[in-house]
Each structure stands twice: as structure tokens, then as C-alpha cells.
Design a protein around this ligand. Structure first.
Ligand code: FES
Length: 263
């Protein structure tokens, strides 16, 4: 799997809500090599502050050599990224990690919560592109705390043509509640492949429910990462029996049954 250290150029910065930003970068090498579920490491500033690279899942990639990242401003690093100007240069390392496995012959249900929505757009597009049959049985469920986390990306999912439902914790957009409630009431076919990304409690609930229902489930795990390449051990995660995996190398996508979840 090729990886590149690429000097990318900012081509667009969209402030989709007060906190949520979508950044488009011209990154021909990474765009041609990446797959849904993979991530990149970005250094937010060329100086020493902030020093470390940060991981971002790939939100979209296209054949014209662009990648997109979707993130929330949560600190100095993301604030710097959010205020980049078109034409500025950003050093990006990637694509990194294990991608989602796409099975084009079965129905799918994509569940994205909060920033877990980010990789789901790329995945939904690739699934729609690769399927030869109908996507009528397919479903996307997006959730967030409030309207600003979900509404700005709904049009992109609607364009793909897969049925998309939204829910927010405060009821300001879509139904009021959690993605797991929509998932449980969705009457999915028995051979559905579920894909999930979001906060740990959400993914735990989705994974355990899928196990009960005997549904296949792939999850993309969020983790603190300093190197993204297996060198710092900062992303290790217990999987039971005293064993650990590295989210950056062994994931971030896992079969949900491989991981240990708190019920
Ligand atoms: Fe350094 Fe995974 S982020 S080992």
C-alpha cells in the first residue's frame, strides 16, 4: 500500500457551521491511492507549535486529485487548519491504516455519529459506485448533538441517492435521540453489512446490538495518534485476554467482534 509525504495545496475552506469545517486539499498522490476508512496525518503548523501531526479520516477523495477533511475546531491545531487560506501549503502524510471492506452484493447500513460522519460520505460514494444492483435496501443514519453537526452534510448524502436518516440529541434536526434508536427500528435485512464510526459509547452500542442480531459490523475507531505508523504506541487499544492492537496499523477499521466493548 503506497504512502506519501505530500506537500498539498489548500483549494477550499468551508465553514459549515460555527465549529465544523471542511477543508479541500490538492493532493494528487494521496487521492489516487486512498480508500474509504483510511486517514492522513497533518501537521497543522510549519513551526514547532503545535509540533505533532494529527490524524484526520478522509471525508472525500476524487479523481481530479483532491481530498477533503471534515473536522470540528476543538483546539489550537484545528483552529489553525480552519483558518488556512486558499493557496497555502500543508504537509500531509498518507493514506494510512486499514480501509473498510466493501461487499457490493449485500445491503448496507452506514451509521455515523458526530465526527464519525466524516468517513461515511466517502464510503457511501464508493459503495454506490461499486454496486451493480439497486441501492434501495441501503440506509445511512447520521447523528449529532445538534443541527450544526448533521444538517450541513445532508445534501451530500442525499445526492448519492441512498436513503439517509438524521437524528440529533436535542431534536433540532431530524428525530430527537440517538443513532442507535434509529438503527434498532430500521428493520434491516438479515444479510446487511453495518458500518459504524463515532464516539466510543455509540460504537459499543452499535457493535453489541449487531452481535445480538447476528449482523456483520465494521467499525472505524477514533484514537489519539502521535505518529500514525506504529512507532509511538500511543494508539494501543485492549482487545481482551491481555492483548492490544494498534489503531493506526491494525485499524482504524476493525470487525466489531475483534474489539472489546463495555456494555
Ligand atoms: Fe503511534 Fe499508533 S499512533 S503507534
Amino acid at each position: 500500500m503506497p504512502q506519501y509525504q505530500e506537500k498539498t495545496i489548500v483549494t477550499r475552506v468551508e465553514h459549515l457551521s460555527e465549529e465544523n469545517v471542511r477543508l479541500t486539499l490538492k493532493a494528487p498522490q494521496i487521492a489516487s491511492a486512498c480508500k474509504p476508512g483510511q486517514f492522513v496525518m497533518i501537521r497543522a503548523a510549519l513551526g514547532k507549535d503545535p509540533l505533532l501531526r494529527r490524524p484526520f479520516s478522509i471525508h472525500q477523495a476524487d479523481s481530479s486529485g483532491h481530498i477533503q477533511l471534515y473536522f470540528k475546531i476543538v483546539g489550537r491545531g484545528t483552529d489553525l487548519l480552519a483558518h488556512l487560506k486558499v493557496g497555502e501549503e500543508v504537509s500531509v502524510l498518507g493514506p494510512l491504516g486499514k480501509a473498510f471492506t466493501i461487499d457490493k452484493d449485500r445491503p448496507v447500513c452506514l451509521v455515523g455519529g458526530g465526527l464519525g460522519i466524516a468517513p461515511m460520505l466517502y464510503l457511501a460514494k464508493e459503495i454506490s459506485r461499486s454496486k451493480t444492483g439497486s441501492t434501495n435496501g441501503d440506509l445511512v443514519i447520521l447523528g449529532g448533538r445538534t443541527k450544526g453537526e448533521v444538517e450541513p452534510v445532508m445534501a451530500d448524502f442525499d445526492e448519492i441517492g441512498i436513503r439517509t436518516l438524521a437524528t440529533t440529541d436535542d431534536g433540532s434536526y431530524g428525530t430527537k435521540g440517538f443513532v442507535t434508536e434509529l438503527l434498532k427500528s430500521s428493520d434491516l435485512p438479515a444479510n446487511t453489512q453495518v458500518y459504524a464510526c463515532g464516539p466510543e459509547p455509540m460504537m459499543g452500542a452499535v457493535s453489541l446490538w449487531c452481535e445480538e442480531q447476528k449482523l456483520a459490523c465494521q467499525v472505524s475507531v477514533e484514537s489519539v495518534m502521535a505518529c500514525g505508523m506504529g512507532a509511538c504506541l500511543g494508539c494501543s487499544r485492549p482487545v481482551g485476554d491481555g492483548k492490544y492492537v494498534h489503531v493506526c496499523l491494525d485499524g482504524p477499521v476493525f470487525d466489531a467482534r475483534e474489539l472489546k466493548w463495555n456494555s
